[in-house]
Write a protein that binds this ligand. Structure first.
Ligand code: PAF
Length: 283
């Protein structure tokens, strides 16, 4: 596996692969890789000849006061896991390589509409930071395919929209959420949970599952279901930012007969957990 900290080096290697007609997949990450990330790498591998993984803790997507400084950085473990998985290149840039002029006053990418709602209304500038770094990575790597997890469902839609609106010739593929045996969605931030909180955490998935089951059999009182979901989180000791039922494509109001998605974000101790479940509402 090539470990490439430099953008010119990265471009040269990828150009060589592309010159021989090889398809290149990109898996963007912020490191601290777990089995969920590895499942994204396997989807990438199945869809391309070469797999590039980026590990970059992107300062621009952390709102003021969030965990940028303390976000887990586990570079050697990440490298070992990616070698075991047969990844071709690890792009591991320094912050100055990506933001040579700092993050304060840079050109940025904003996906209006999708970015201000749900997580966006609690994390100021978050999706601007995500859209900007993903655009930079698409420009640097020029991937044929890019793989993102469905756990970050709003992020996935933001990225699909930016790829479409900015005419990137990239196929955005999503991979299912990887869960612990008790249902908790895998996330680097799960390591913030103490044992007591970890035991309570699966309540998030249980609340989503219960709500999705009610929707699937035709219970149409969306607002009532959402407030019941939020109450389930509260009784498990969480502080919900939101518990919402939304249209799966637009994140607007849910409509009978269309796919919808039950989405939630909640604080449990120091960890902000997010998760979602898609469901078809009978027409
Ligand atoms: O999902 C993440 O880990 C990040 O938001 C991403 C897509 C790598 C951008 O920094």
């Amino acid at each position: 596996m090539f470990v490439v900290p430099d953008v010119n080096d990265l471009r040269t290697r990828i150009a060589r692969w592309k010159a021989t007609g090889e398809r290149v997949a990109l898996v963007p990450t912020m490191g601290n890789l777990h089995d969920g990330h590895m499942s994204l790498v396997r989807v990438a591998r199945a869809n391309a000849d070469r797999v590039v993984v980026s590990v970059f803790v992107n300062p621009m997507q952390f709102a003021p006061g969030e965990d940028y400084e303390s976000y887990p950085r586990t570079e050697q473990d990440d490298r070992d896991r990616l070698v075991d998985e047969g990844v071709d290149a690890l792009f591991l840039p320094a912050t100055e390589e990506i933001y040579p002029g700092g993050t304060g006053s840079v050109t940025y990418v904003e996906v209006p509409g999708l970015s201000e709602i749900l997580c966006g209304s609690f994390r100021d500038g978050h999706f601007r930071g995500v859209a900007t770094i993903v655009t930079k990575l698409f420009n640097l790597v020029g991937p044929d395919v890019a793989v993102f997890g469905e756990k970050d469902y709003q992020q996935l839609l933001v990225i699909r929209r930016l790829a479409h609106d900015l005419c990137f010739p990239v196929e955005v593929i999503s991979a299912p959420t990887h869960r612990e045996p008790d249902g908790l969605a895998m996330s680097s931030r799960n390591r913030y949970l103490d044992p007591h909180e970890r035991a309570a955490a699966p309540a998030l998935f249980q609340a989503l599952r219960q709500t999705a089951a009610a929707l699937a059999i035709g219970v149409g009182e969306f607002e009532q279901l959402a407030s019941q979901g939020a109450a389930m989180l509260e009784s498990a000791g969480m502080r919900p930012d939101y518990f919402e039922i939304r249209d799966a494509e637009t994140l607007g109001d849910p409509l009978p007969g269309r796919d919808c998605v039950v989405m939630a974000a909640a604080w449990l101790g120091r960890a902000r957990l997010i998760d979602n479940l898609r469901v078809t509402v009978p027409g």
